[in-house]
Design a protein around this ligand. Structure first.
Ligand SMILES: Nc1ncnc2c1ncn2[C@@H]1O[C@H](COP(=O)(O)OP(=O)(O)OP(=O)(O)O)[C@@H](O)[C@H]1O
Ligand SMILES: [Mg+2]
Length: 239
């Protein structure tokens, strides 16, 4: 049984239908990527999974449970955690306070668990440990992305949703973010990733789905899609 299974999902904004019945699944332990042009419906898919956008048709199962109509905060408690869209770091809070917000979102009471999770986050992001007393809003773009991912990790996600974590970052920082995403996955967290950076994302993903104007047009193992001539032409800028 997949950890996440979406069937025939339709989602719209008012009268505009953004997703026209997409199906996709994520197995426990996988790193799965959604690739697609601007406006294809990637963010809408993430919003539907995290529960901030309702479905007009179809279903979402998580760990065998139908969550199609479950409220967003209850999905967080169940382990579906999205790093905030567009970073969304609290600017007036310190790095440490930002991280703690992630932990409290899942209402853990266990001190040892908190410390272990914080240690894990600081291991992945030594920079955050150094800067734990710095205000979130004064961190650089790349550092804020680290805070956003770190905050999501503090909730100990069973499924981590990342919507374009590399957006707007310099190539060297992008590399670093991708390495960390792979490492988070390797240490046991299932990830659904949205990325424009198709080369990097596909080479690191177990599987990927290609989204075009609200429909899944192709899916398969990341490396296989990376070698697909049509995908190369459309998403990798090579003919
Ligand atoms: N709040 C909204 N109100 C109305 N239409 C919206 C809203 N958000 C998204 N849409 C529309 O839904 C469609 C899918 O948008 P979505 O943000 O999911 O695309 P995306 O694949 O994430 O694109 P990008 O790569 O630019 O982030 C687009 O046509 C978009 O204009
Ligand atoms: Mg988007």
């Amino acid at each position: 049984m997949p950890l996440l299974e979406i069937k025939d999902m339709t989602v719209g904004y008012g009268r505009i239908e953004a997703l026209h019945g997409i199906s996709l699944s994520v197995e426990s332990g996988e790193l799965v990527t959604l690739i697609g042009a601007n406006g294809a419906g990637k963010t809408t898919t993430m919003r539907a999974i995290s529960g901030v956008r309702p479905l007009t048709r179809g279903s979402i199962m998580f760990d065998g449970q139908d969550i199609t109509r479950m409220k967003a905060h209850l999905r967080v408690l169940a382990g579906i955690v999205q790093a905030p869209e567009g970073r969304g770091v609290f600017p007036g809070m310190t790095v440490q306070e930002n991280l703690d917000m992630g932990h409290y979102a899942r209402k853990f009471a266990n001190k040892a668990e908190y410390q272990a999770t914080l240690d894990h986050v600081f291991e992945l992001f030594p920079r955050l440990k150094e800067r734990r007393a710095q205000m979130g809003g004064t961190m650089s773009g790349g550092e804020q992305q680290m805070v956003a991912i770190g905050r999501a990790l503090m909730a100990r996600p069973r499924l981590l949703l990342l919507d374009e974590p590399s957006m707007g970052l310099a190539p060297m920082i992008i590399q670093q973010i991708f390495r960390i995403v792979s490492e988070i996955n390797a240490t046991g967290t299932t990830i659904l990733l949205v990325e424009q950076n198709a080369q990097q994302a596909l080479s690191r993903s177990d599987r990927a789905y290609i989204l075009e104007t609200g429909e899944v047009v192709k899916s398969g193992p990341g490396p296989e899609l990376l070698a697909d001539p049509a995908i190369k032409e459309a998403y990798l800028g090579v003919a």
